[in-house]
Design a protein around this ligand. Structure first.
Ligand code: PLP
Length: 375
C-alpha cells in the first residue's frame, strides 16, 4: 500500500457560509472556541461538574424542574429515538400526529419499537386542534401521543397547551419534538404539561450537531420504571444514561467532552441573552424577513398566525428553477438555504433563522441576494 500523497488531502478549510437553512445553523465563535479546549476523561471530576451545569442550564431552557434532563450523544434524531425507544413497549397503542416529515419519522420509529401505531394526518403546513386529538383518543385510546412542536419541513408552529391537557385527561404520555423550537420560541415543559420533550443542538441553540437534549417528567419516569422488559436499544436506554448523568456516575459510554463544552457554552449564551429576549429576537428577525419577501412578491406557505419565526417556507414562484437559485446563492453569495422536503419538494424553499444565524445582517444579505437572482 503506497502512502497517500498529502497534497491530495489538504487541511480542512471550510468556506465561510451563511447558514440559513433548516439546520445546522451558524455556530457562535465562543462555542467554537469552547470546542477547542482540551479533552477530558468522561469521569474526570472537572468534566462531571460541567455535566451537572449543562443539566441545570437545560432545565432552564426547557423551563422544567425535571431531574431526568440530559443531552444524549447524538443528533435530534437520536433524542427522538431515545424518547420512542424508552417510552414505547411492544404492543403499546401509540398515536402520532403527522403534518410533516418529522411526524412521519416518529411514527416510523414507533413502529420499529413494536408500537401499535395509529396516525392522524393533516396537510403539510397545517396544525392540529385539540378536538382532533380528543376524537382520535375517543375512537382508540393510546398510551403515548407524539407531536412535533415546530415542523421544520413545513414551517408551522403547533400549539400545545390544549392538546397536552387532552392527553393528560386520558392518561396518556405526551412526547413533544422540540428540535427546532427549543431556544427559538417558548417551550414550557412544566407549564404545558409535556411528559417527554427532546431537542437538538444545531438549530436554535446555535451549537454544532451532536447533542440531543431530552427531559422526562414524573409520569414518563413511572412508565419507564414499569416497563415489562428493558428496551431493545441499549445505547439510548435512559435508565443507564441516568446512572451516568446522575449521582452514580456509572460508566455507560464515553461522552464527548468537546461537544458538551460546545453545548455548555451555547447554553451560557442563552442565559446571557435571556430566553425571552432570544424568543423576541427570533420574532423580530423573522418579521424583517417576511417584510422583505413581500417586497419581492415571494409568498410564505404558512399563514402568519401559525408561521414559525425560525423557519419560513416560501413558495417557489412560477417559472423559477428553484435548484439553480439555491446553487447560485451558495456559489455567488455563500448563503445556504434549503429546498422542500417530501410533499413540499420542488414547491418551497426553506429559510432558517435559527440561533446565531438569526441576525438582521443575514436577513438583509439574503434578501439582497434573492433580489439579484430573481430580478
Ligand atoms: C432537525 C429535526 C429533527 C432531526 O434532527 P437531526 O439533528 O437532523 O437528527 C427532528 N425533528 C425536527 C422537528 C427537526 O427539525
Amino acid at each position: 500500500m503506497i502512502s497517500p500523497d498529502l497534497s491530495d488531502y489538504p487541511e480542512i478549510n471550510p468556506p465561510a457560509r451563511v447558514l440559513l437553512g433548516p439546520g445546522p445553523s451558524m455556530v457562535h465563535p465562543r462555542v467554537l472556541r469552547a470546542m477547542a479546549a482540551p479533552v477530558l476523561g468522561h469521569l474526570d471530576p472537572a468534566f462531571l461538574s460541567i455535566m451537572d451545569r449543562i443539566q441545570q442550564l437545560l432545565r432552564y431552557v426547557f423551563q422544567t424542574e425535571n431531574s431526568l434532563t440530559l443531552p444524549v450523544s447524538g443528533t435530534g434524531s437520536a433524542a427522538m429515538e431515545t424518547a420512542v425507544a424508552n417510552m414505547v413497549e411492544p404492543g403499546d397503542p401509540v398515536l402520532v400526529c403527522v403534518n410533516g416529515y418529522f411526524g412521519g419519522r416518529i411514527a416510523e420509529m414507533s413502529r420499529r419499537y413494536g408500537g401499535d401505531v395509529q396516525t392522524i394526518d393533516r396537510p403539510w403546513g397545517e396544525v392540529f386542534g385539540a378536538e382532533e386529538v380528543r376524537d382520535a383518543l375517543a375512537r382508540r385510546p393510546a398510551r403515548i401521543v407524539a407531536i412535533v412542536h415546530a415542523e421544520t419541513s413545513t414551517g408551522a408552529l403547533q400549539p400545545l397547551d390544549e392538546i397536552a391537557q387532552v392527553v393528560r385527561e386520558r392518561g396518556g404520555i405526551l412526547i413533544v419534538d422540540a428540535v427546532t423550537s427549543l431556544g427559538g420560541v417558548p417551550v414550557r415543559v412544566d407549564d404545558v404539561g409535556i411528559d417527554v420533550c427532546y431537542s437538538g443542538s444545531q438549530k436554535c441553540l446555535g451549537c454544532p450537531p451532536g447533542a440531543g437534549p431530552i427531559t422526562l417528567g414524573s409520569r414518563a419516569i413511572d412508565k419507564l420504571e414499569q416497563r415489562k422488559s428493558p428496551g431493545t436499544n441499549w445505547y439510548l436506554d435512559l435508565t443507564l444514561l441516568a446512572k451516568y448523568w446522575g449521582h452514580e456516575r456509572a460508566y455507560h459510554h464515553t461522552a464527548s467532552s468537546s461537544l458538551n463544552y460546545a453545548l455548555y457554552e451555547g447554553l451560557r449564551l442563552v442565559v446571557e441573552e435571556g430566553l425571552e429576549n432570544r424568543w423576541a429576537r427570533h420574532c423580530s428577525n423573522a418579521e424583517l424577513l417576511w417584510r422583505g419577501l413581500a417586497k419581492l412578491d415571494l409568498v410564505p406557505h404558512v399563514p402568519e398566525a401559525r408561521r414559525l419565526p425560525m423557519l419560513t417556507t416560501v413558495r417557489i414562484p412560477e417559472g423559477v428553477d428553484e435548484v439553480r437559485i439555491r446553487q447560485e446563492l451558495l456559489r455567488r453569495y455563500n448563503i445556504e438555504i434549503a429546498g422542500g422536503l417530501g410533499e413540499l419538494q420542488g414547491k418551497v424553499w426553506r429559510i432558517g433563522l435559527m440561533g446565531y444565524s438569526s441576525r438582521p445582517e443575514n436577513v438583509l444579505l439574503l434578501l439582497a441576494a434573492l433580489e439579484q437572482l430573481l430580478g
